[in-house]
Design a binder for this molecule. Structure first.
Ligand code: HEM
Length: 397
């Protein structure tokens, strides 16, 4: 029945235009099987929702991308995204003490100022690249401000952060240049943590030094520098490329749906819901990998224990079983829930920050540039195993 449906996340043509194959998977093969890369995929909203919440059956401890799941690599790096409850919950509760609503709220003005700095030079110009000149620049600046990277170190650290996303033809994200940048960032964060222990400041690195974790036996301890530095690296990894893709999608989709852009330009109070709708419409992180810990049967298909399963959040957002007219962008849509930030234990820790960045970025964009055209001939897509979207979106003002 499913012989003529083909999906894999490495096929760049499919990654460019996946919605038709995802629709067929939802309708005809809700438990899709790919023999070539040895994985199953769940594409319906209800199934992605249920599996995301079921960490007992769907483990993250073997990695959350197909490469990692298939590599057999040991991912016990201390990053919570690759941990299962209860260890995951203990670490998450602890870093959440540093990643507080107050800490995010403090960033509000800094995000706005960084948007102004990046966008003002283009007022009165003929156009700019919305991703390379703005969308990809903003999140790394925000993360370094969040951590508390001193202003004098920022230019170099921003370069190092960008290098961690270096892609090598044929090797993708796993290449020496990117790995060395990760090591450099790790050493830098470790040194900064030691410095904060001596000279505390009002920043997240200091909060991490002081945070206490509750152990299973009821005792308390501080985070190790290794745990704190790994958390810093996870924030960089999870909070940079995703936001850059969200903003890239926003520039393309709002040009594709100019009536919706007009609504947001006329009434900025509609922007927060507009951001949610953009996330539903094109999920920046469209596939979350899991490893089954036991045999499962779903829609009449048995998934054996120790199988790899992709939870297609990108497809779930377009599921007509969950959303009326899912292929229409409607910034006023009443969204009960979407799964583009994941769900359950691993629900995106940075969602409040991503929402804030998305909202302020669109406010500052639309107040300066209420209309634009995308130069589609020069726009470029990016293909990685973690995010989906644009590398370049030249816009004409
Ligand atoms: C539009 C932007 C973003 C999107 C679409 C996004 C999406 C996601 C998704 C789908 C997950 C769940 C992964 C899984 O279930 O395996 C996740 C987890 C996570 N995200 Fe985000 N994210 C965004 C921005 C951010 C930002 C700005 C940060 C931090 C600065 C961040 C930090 C994290 C962390 C730490 C986790 C792991 C949580 C855990 O394992 O408990 N994300 N994100």
């Amino acid at each position: 029945m499913t012989a003529d449906i083909y999906y894999d996340p490495y096929d760049t043509d499919i990654d460019t235009a996946p919605h038709e194959v995802w629709r067929r998977m939802r309708d005809e093969a809700p438990v899709y099987r790919n023999d070539r890369y040895d994985f199953y995929a769940l594409s319906r909203h209800a199934d992605v929702d249920a599996a995301s919440r079921n960490t007992k059956a769907y483990s993250s401890a073997h990695g959350t991308t197909l490469e990692l799941l298939n590599s057999g690599a040991d991912v016990s790096t201390g990053m919570m995204i690759f941990m299962d409850p209860p260890e995951h919950g203990r670490l998450r509760a602890l870093v959440s003490r540093a990643f507080t609503p107050r800490r995010i709220a403090l960033l509000h003005e800094q995000i706005r100022q960084r948007c102004r700095d990046l966008l003002d030079p283009y007022v009165g110009s003929g156009g700019f690249d919305y991703v390379t000149d703005f969308g990809a620049e903003l999140p790394s600046r925000v993360i370094s401000a969040l951590l508390g990277v001193p202003a004098s170190d920022q230019p170099h650290i921003l370069e190092v952060i960008n290098t961690t996303f270096h892609l090598e033809p044929g090797l993708g994200m796993t290449n020496d240049i990117a790995i060395n940048a990760m090591f450099e960032l790790h050493s830098y964060l470790t040194a900064q943590l030691a410095e904060r222990r001596e000279n505390p400041r009002d920043d997240m690195l200091t909060d991490l030094v002081h945070a206490e974790i509750n152990e299973a036996d009821g005792s308390k301890r501080n985070l190790t520098d290794e745990e704190s530095a790994n958390f810093g690296l996870l924030l960089v990894a999870a909070g940079t490329e995703t936001v850059a893709r969200l903003l890239g999608w926003a520039s393309v989709l709002l040009a594709d749906f100019p009536d919706q852009r007009q609504i947001l330009a006329d009434d900025p109070s509609a922007i927060p819901n507009g951001v949610e709708e953009l996330l539903r419409f094109e999920a920046p992180s469209p596939a979350q990998g899991r490893w089954t810990t036991r045999e499962l049967t779903l829609h009449g298909v048995t998934i054996p224990a120790d199988s790899k399963v992709l939870l297609l959040t990108g497809s779930a957002g377009r599921d007509e079983r969950a959303f009326a007219n899912p292929d229409v962008l409607d910034v006023h849509r009443r969204l009960e829930s979407h799964v583009s930030f994941g769900l359950g234990a691993h629900y995106c820790l940075g969602a409040p920050l991503a929402r804030l960045e998305g909202r302020i970025a669109l406010e500052e964009t639309l107040s300066r540039f209420p209309t634009w055209e995308v130069d589609h001939d020069k726009a470029e897509r990016l293909h990685t195993s973690t995010v989906r979207g644009y590398k370049k979106v030249p816009i004409i003002l």
